[in-house]
Design a protein. Structure first.
Length: 395
């Protein structure tokens, strides 16, 4: 698999400075071979081989999810558990009637999409979930709606018309104090996405989507987790729990004067924390450090990584961080921390730069000047800390 490199297609630093969270962006023909991400054959195999219960796999029409009995039949196993077998005849009929097919989090079950999602996570430093959408008619699966997260859309096959109506509430949230006002009747932009096109939409952008061009449509939507000021304040409250003042009981039964004194001290404490511009960096780093989005076991290597130079390893997160300290390096990944000797620095840097693609123990040894046995021992530590996964080279 070759990297999709959505960052380059979207514009790298220019995108971050001028577009992200601000305005929509359409990049026609950005991806030369979008079918390398997923093909119709891949989709057929996933549906046939996976037991994807709603809402993981669902059909949607006119903004409503269709009941499962309209396209699947219950099957009772010999252990008396029940799952639903998708019936192709009924599925085809519902899709001809105008339903849209959705598979949530397809990045978790299809490697090339998982790699593209992981690249995006490493660039934007936040979590990404990728959903697949397929439709065949001009009937809208979801109606005119907005999302509570930014999205990057990649058109894989066919064509789909997007009508964009702009925002009626800036940066609406999943947990918000009010709903956005209704969108205007006329769109501010109307686009037809074709294979290889990319579309970026900030959260809160009203849009309506349909396969109205006389051909089927297959696209991916990379949903980008939000990092808002409200989340920063919530994290800061937890971060300040070490302060005795905030652990004390509220002065519920005190005089007004004592209450004012207490609130003044709380205000001073919070103001001092917010006066430090590094507070945003610390918050983002805390999210990076705790990222568990792409954990993967390393079977059969449950007793450590053998000193086999051909074994391949890769990080389970694109948001690992490496910090130089006086007597070594500190490595954060997958909700764990390692304090290691300076010699481990080049090896860990190589792992980070290689993500989301695997490298051999020989490559890591060459990058660090360490013998394969030493590399294997360090990789065993990272596997135990769920920051690393091991796989054999494809034959």
């Amino acid at each position: 698999m070759s990297p999709l490199n959505l960052a380059a297609h979207l514009g790298q630093d220019e995108f971050l400075a001028q577009v992200l969270h601000r305005q929509f962006l359409h990049v026609p023909g950005a991806i030369e071979d979008p079918a390398s991400l997923i093909s119709w054959e891949d989709l057929n195999n996933i549906i046939a081989s996976q037991r994807l219960e709603p809402p993981r796999l669902r059909l949607s029409m006119d903004g409503e999810m269709l009941p499962q009995y309209r396209y699947a039949s219950p099957v009772t196993t010999r252990r008396h558990t029940v799952y639903h077998r998708l019936m192709p005849t009924e599925l085809h009929a519902r899709l001809r009637e105008g339903a849209s097919l959705v598979i949530d989090a397809i990045d978790e079950i299809h490697p090339s999409i998982g790699a593209a999602s992981a690249e995006l996570e490493g660039w934007l430093r936040t979590g990404v979930q990728t959903n697949l959408y397929a439709s065949w008619t001009a009937r809208e699966g979801f109606g005119t709606h907005w999302d509570d997260h930014d999205v990057v859309v990649v058109q894989i096959d066919g064509a789909k018309r997007w009508r964009l109506f702009g925002q009626t509430r800036v940066a609406p949230m999943y947990k918000d104090t009010e709903e956005p006002e209704d969108p205007p009747k006329e769109p501010v932009a109307e686009l037809v996405l074709r294979p290889g096109d990319i579309l970026y939409l900030p959260r809160g952008t009203w849009h309506a989507v349909s396969a109205s061009e006389g051909e089927h449509s297959l696209h991916l939507t990379f949903g980008i987790q939000t990092m808002s000021g409200a989340q920063l304040v919530s994290w800061l409250a937890d971060d300040l729990r070490g302060e005795e003042l905030l652990r004390l009981d509220l002065p519920v039964h005190a005089s007004d004067e004592d209450r004012r004194d207490y609130l003044g001290k709380v205000r001073d404490l919070i103001s001092a924390a917010l006066d430090d511009p590094s507070v945003i960096s610390r918050y983002v780093a805390s999210r990076d450090d705790s990222d568990l989005q792409r954990l993967r076991p390393s079977l059969p290597y449950i007793n450590g990584v053998p000193a086999d130079g051909d074994l391949m390893v890769k990080l389970t997160t694109g948001r690992a961080t490496l910090t130089d300290v006086d007597d070594g390096v500190i490595f954060h990944a997958s909700d764990n921390e390692w304090e290691l000797a300076k010699e481990a620095g080049p090896l860990l840097s190589y792992l980070i730069k290689s993500f989301p693609y695997p490298v051999t123990l020989y490559e890591l040894g060459g990058a660090s000047g360490l013998p394969v046995e030493t590399v294997a021992d360090l990789m065993s530590e990272l596997v135990d800390g769920q920051a690393l996964t091991v796989e054999r080279r494809s034959r």
